[in-house]
Ligand binder design. Structure first.
Ligand SMILES: [Zn+2]
Length: 268
C-alpha cells in the first residue's frame, strides 16, 4: 500500500505491507526537488518504484541503516537509476545489520543489497535546495536528519515519533536522543518536522521541546524511584501502569523497560 499526499513542494509517500487487507505498519518517505528521503521497506519496494516512475527522482538519501528506511534502494537503483546516498557511518553499518526479528521480517523484510554512496561533506544539493545533514544519534548510532534552513524543513527520520514516547528498542540510547533533540532546538530557525511515521509537524520545535520535557521528567522520576529501592519492573509499573502491549508483540523489542533502563544509565 502506498498513499501519496502533497504538502507544498514536498510529496509524502506513506507505505506499508498489506496482509489480508490490513496494513501492518506505515513508514513514510518524502520526495522533494528530485530527492527521495528514505526508501521504505523491501515489501513495498516494487510499489514504490511503480509510483515514482514518471516523477523526477534523481537521488535518494537514507537517514539511517534500519531495514524500513533502505528497503527500496536496490530497485530504485536498478529500475530508475537513482543514486542513493547516506552518511558514511550508515554505509558502514548497512552490511553489519543484525538479523531481523520475526516481526521485522514479517512487517518490513530483509533489504536487498544495494550500492549506497558515502556522502562526502555535510550537505546534499538539489536543483533548488541545499539540505544540511545533521548527526542525530540515539535511535541508532548513525542516525541523521536533513534540514533545509531557508524553508525550515527537517526530515527527521526516526528521531521523533511522538511527544509522549513510552517505548524504545534495547539498542536505542535515550540520553543521546535527548542530546540530538537539543541540537535541533539550538538551530536558529523554526522547523517543520517530516517524520518517518508520516506525521508532519509544523510546530516542530514545540513538539521536540515537549518530548524532551517528557523524557526529562521520566528520567527524574525513574531516578527517584530507583533511589527508593524499586527495581526496573516496579518503576515501569509506577510510571506507565505496566509494560506496553507492544513489548509482547515484538519479543520485548519495543518496551517501556528499555526506555527506563536507558534513562537510568550512568552518564558516560
Ligand atoms: Zn529506525
Amino acid at each position: 500500500m502506498i498513499e501519496i499526499s502533497q504538502h507544498g513542494p514536498v510529496t509524502r509517500l506513506t507505505m506499508g505491507r498489506e496482509l489480508d487487507g490490513k496494513v501492518l505498519y506505515r513508514v513514510a518517505a518524502y520526495l522533494v526537488d528530485g530527492l527521495l528521503i528514505d526508501t521504505g521497506c523491501r515489501h513495498t519496494a516494487a510499489e514504490l518504484v511503480k509510483t515514482l516512475r514518471g516523477r523526477e527522482v534523481r537521488q535518494a538519501y537514507c537517514t539511517h541503516y534500519h531495514e524500513d528506511h533502505i528497503g527500496g534502494n536496490r530497485l530504485l537503483q536498478e529500475q530508475l537509476k537513482v543514486k542513493v546516498w547516506a552518511h558514511p557511518r550508515t554505509v558502514s553499518l548497512i552490511p553489519k545489520a543484525p538479523a531481523l526479528y520475526p516481526y521485522q521480517e514479517l512487517v518490513w523484510g530483509y533489504p536487498e543489497p544495494a550500492l549506497v554512496l558515502s556522502l562526502d561533506g555535510d550537505c546534499i544539493q538539489t536543483a533548488n535546495c541545499r539540505f544540511q545533514v545533521v548527526e542525530t544519534p540515539g535511535h541508532s548510532e548513525d542516525h541523521t536528519v536533513l534540514v533545509e534552513p531557508e524553508r525550515g524543513w527537517c526530515f527527521s527520520g526516526d528521531l521523533f515519533i511522538s511527544e509522549k514516547i513510552k517505548v524504545i528498542r534495547p539498542e536505542e540510547d535515550a540520553r543521546a536522543i535527548m542530546g540530538s533533540m537539543e541540537k535541533l532546538l539550538a538551530l536558529p530557525y523554526r522547523l517543520t518536522l517530516f517524520t518517518s511515521i508520516g506525521r508532519i509537524v509544523p510546530q516542530g520545535k514545540e513538539a521536540l521541546r515537549a518530548c524532551l520535557e517528557h523524557l526529562r521528567e521520566l528520567q527524574y522520576n525513574a531516578g527517584r524511584l530507583q533511589q527508593e529501592g524499586l527495581a526496573i519492573p516496579q518503576i515501569v509499573e509506577r510510571l506507565f501502569g505496566g509494560e506496553s502491549s507492544l513489548a509482547a508483540l515484538t519479543g520485548g523489542q519495543f518496551a517501556a523497560e528499555n526506555l527506563v533502563k536507558s534513562l537510568l544509565k550512568a552518564e558516560p
